[in-house]
Design a protein around this ligand. Structure first.
Ligand code: ZN
Length: 378
């Protein structure tokens, strides 16, 4: 290891797809990786105990929610997110920007002013404030504050977003590096920070944004601003041109893309990290990810079924309970239903990543990609 706080060790490649481990002062996690989203300090309906049992190695925390409730200073007082959640795996926090843009904030060159959805209070998020809040939260990986427009967007909106994202990247990186040594805890002093590329589906803007972000020099790079209203046919070329600009020896993170087809198409383009609320949100509504595609557990045909959610799944839920029983819990709104269905869906996503890593090591990734496409393209 060099003196960098984060290193990507690549074990095998298959085309542009790669598998390996990301090393940090906390330890390491395998890539490609799925990061379940722990919005408010937990993955909804399950706990860090469950995440450990599922074999998750890294979870995502949402800065927007945590800075408002319980407040980043409270999390800091309680030892940072790892101690707060009693979670010894890795944690990545987003910058808070993505949630804020859905609130139609007042955005200027300086930052974004928004109203809390909890109590209507006014908050000002700048690139520097996003760094400080995430330092208090104490995750292993911070994300820089960017400007993420919903698509479709006008060329003017995309241009402004790319320019502000570049300026904020410089300010955010400077604040991060200046403040890291002053961190109160060892965890705060060993944080790393990822930059974010914007540019919508415009290839020229994507390339420019990637180059301007890489120029600043981060510990890893994220592709933001995709899966925000565009079709997959529009998304993939934008992803192609972006990943081509990013350093091959650092992690690449595709933000907010977490459907099975999105996973394999991202991995095929050299993406290492994914997060998405899809698997957990679907679970709570009774939509199950299976080897045969989506299964709607509310459907009456499952009422008398003794079959597991997915015959091919090795999770504890599939090993123990029938569709008929789980459907019953869901229909009478037992709190156990979202919990068990979330356990299955998260396991399913983690398992798809395990299969992808094995396939890359075995030089069989295209076969897995084809298999997933056949089931999930419809
Ligand atoms: Zn299962």
């Amino acid at each position: 290891m060099s003196d960098a706080l984060l290193e990507l060790e690549i074990d095998a490649t298959d085309g542009a797809a790669r598998t390996g481990r990301v090393h940090t002062p906390r330890g390491s996690f395998e890539t490609p990786v799925f990061m379940p989203v722990g919005t408010r300090g937990t993955v909804r309906a399950i706990s860090s105990l469950d995440l450990e049992a599922l074999g998750a190695e890294i979870v995502l925390g949402n800065t927007y929610h945590l800075m408002l409730r319980p407040g980043a200073d409270v999390v800091d007082d309680l030892g940072g997110l790892h101690d707060f959640m009693a979670w010894s795996g890795h944690v990545l926090t987003d910058s808070g920007g993505f949630q804020i843009y859905s609130l139609e904030p007042d955005v200027s060159d300086e930052g974004a002013i928004f109203r809390s959805t909890y109590d209507g209070s006014t908050h000002h998020l700048t690139p520097e404030a996003a760094v400080e809040v995430q330092r208090q939260l104490g995750a292993d990986i911070q994300m820089v504050l960017d400007v993420c427009p919903a698509l479709p967007a006008t060329p003017e909106v995309l241009r402004t977003a790319v320019d502000r994202t570049a300026t904020w990247a410089r300010r955010g990186r400077a604040a991060f590096l200046a403040g890291r040594e002053a961190g109160r805890t060892p965890a705060q002093r060993s944080q790393v920070q990822f930059g974010i590329v914007q540019g919508g589906t415009d290839a020229t803007l994507r390339i420019e944004s990637a180059q301007r972000t890489v120029e600043v020099g981060f510990d890893g790079y994220a592709v933001g601003g995709l899966s925000v209203g565009e079709t997959r046919d529009e998304m993939l070329p934008a992803l192609d041109v972006t990943t081509a600009q990013l350093p091959a020896d650092l992690p690449r993170y595709l933000m907010g893309v977490g459907d099975p087809l999105g996973f394999v198409e991202g991995i095929a383009r050299g993406v290492d990290m994914f997060d998405c609320v899809l698997a957990t949100r679907l679970a709570r509504h009774g939509t199950i990810l299976t080897s045969g595609g989506r299964l709607n557990l509310r459907n009456a045909t499952h009422a008398r079924s003794r079959a597991p959610l997915d015959e091919a799944c090795s999770c504890e839920v599939c090993g123990r309970w029938s569709r008929g029983y789980l459907r019953h819990l869901l229909m009478v709104q037992e709190p156990t239903a979202p919990r068990l269905l979330t356990l299955h869906n998260v396991h399913w996503c983690l398992d798809l990543m395990r299969r992808a890593r094995e396939a890359i090591r075995g030089g069989r990734f295209d076969a897995l990609r084809g298999e997933v496409a056949e089931v999930w393209s419809a």
